[in-house]
Ligand binder design. Structure first.
Ligand code: NAP
Length: 249
C-alpha cells in the first residue's frame, strides 16, 4: 500500500512529544504539510519539526491551548491563510489526572474534560468548515483503552476518553455526506512521558496482561493514524481502532 498525502495539509494537536510527535512525523513523511501544535513546550515542537525537515518533509509549528476556543479558531484561521486548506486533523492533545475517585476534586474534573474532550471538539468545530467546502476531510481522535476496559483510579480520565468515542460517532454521522471521515484510535500502554512515572510493579503487572508481550511505541499508533488519514481508508468512518497489543479485545 502506498500512502500518498501530498497536497494535503494536516494539523496534529499536542505534537511536541509522545504519540503526537510520531503522528506528525508520519503524516509529514507521507507528504502532508504538517502543523505541529503545542501548548507550552516550544522546544519539543521545534524538535518535531526538525525531524520532519530532516526527513525531507514539510511542516510548521503552531501554539494554542486546545481548550481555548478563540485561540483554536485563530490558530486554524492562520493555517487557512497560510495554506488555503486543512485536510487532516488529529486530536491528540491530552492530559492525565488519576487517583482514587474519593479524592478527585471538581477542578480536576473540569480540567480533564476541558482539555481531553472540549479541546478536541473545539478543534473539530474550527476545522470542519474548510473540510466541508473541500468535500474531503479526515479527523482522527485519540481515545484510550481505558474508555473500554476501565482502570482503577481512572474514572475521570476514562470518562473523558469515552466521551471522545461518543463524540466521534455522532460527528461521523453528521459529516459523512461531505466525505469527511471521523474515527477514533484507542491506544493501550504506550511508552511516553504520560506513562513514564508508572511504577515498575504496575508495569510488570500490565505487561503480563498484554498478549504481544511488550508496551507500544508512539510509532505503533502513528501508523494507524496515517492510514486513517489516507485515501486507503475512505470507507471507514465512525470506528474505533484499538492499538494495544491485545490488552483489550
Ligand atoms: P504526552 O507525552 O504527555 O504528550 C501530551 C501532548 O499533549 C504534548 O504535546 C502536550 O504539549 C500536549 N498538550 C497537553 N495539554 C495541551 C493543551 N491544553 N493544548 C494543546 N496541547 C496540549 O502524551 P502521550 O502519551 O503522547 O498521549 C497523547 C494522547 O494519547 C493523549 O490524548 C493521551 O490521553 C492518549 N493516550 C496515551 C496513552 C499512553 O499510554 N501514552 C494511552 C492511551 C491514550 P506540551 O508538550 O506543550 O505540554
Amino acid at each position: 500500500m502506498n500512502i500518498d498525502l501530498r497536497n494535503k495539509v494536516a494539523l496534529v494537536s499536542g505534537a511536541s512529544r509522545g504519540i503526537g510527535r510520531a503522528v506528525a512525523v508520519g503524516l509529514a513523511k507521507s507528504g502532508a504539510f504538517t502543523y505541529v501544535n503545542f501548548v507550552r513546550n516550544e522546544e519539543g515542537a521545534q524538535y518535531t519539526l526538525k525531524i520532519i525537515q530532516d526527513n525531507g518533509a514539510q511542516g510548521s509549528t503552531i501554539q494554542f491551548p486546545v481548550e481555548d476556543r478563540i485561540a483554536v479558531q485563530e490558530g486554524i484561521k492562520k493555517i487557512l491563510i497560510e495554506k488555503g486548506r486543512l485536510d487532516i486533523l488529529v486530536n491528540n492533545a491530552g492530559i492525565w489526572i488519576g487517583g482514587s475517585s474519593l479524592r478527585l476534586r471538581g477542578d480536576q474534573w473540569k480540567r480533564l474534560l476541558e482539555v481531553n474532550l472540549e479541546g478536541a471538539f473545539n478543534c473539530i468545530q474550527a476545522s470542519v468548515r474548510p473540510m466541508m467546502k473541500q468535500r474531503w476531510g479526515r479527523i482522527i481522535n485519540i481515545s484510550s483503552v481505558i474508555a473500554f476496559s476501565g482502570n482503577v483510579g481512572d474514572a475521570l480520565y476514562g470518562a473523558s476518553k469515552a466521551g471522545v468515542v461518543g463524540m466521534t460517532k455522532s460527528l461521523a454521522r453528521e459529516f459523512a455526506s461531505r466525505n469527511i471521515c471521523i474515527n477514533a484510535v484507542a491506544p493501550g500502554f504506550i511508552e511516553t512521558d504520560m506513562t513514564r512515572d508508572i511504577s515498575a510493579e504496575v508495569r510488570n503487572e500490565m505487561l503480563e496482561m498484554i498478549p504481544l508481550g511488550r508496551f507500544g511505541a508512539p510509532e505503533d499508533v502513528a501508523g494507524v493514524v496515517v492510514f486513517l488519514a489516507s485515501d486507503e481508508a475512505s470507507y471507514i468512518t465512525g470506528q474505533v481502532i484499538h492499538v494495544n497489543g491485545g490488552l483489550y479485545m
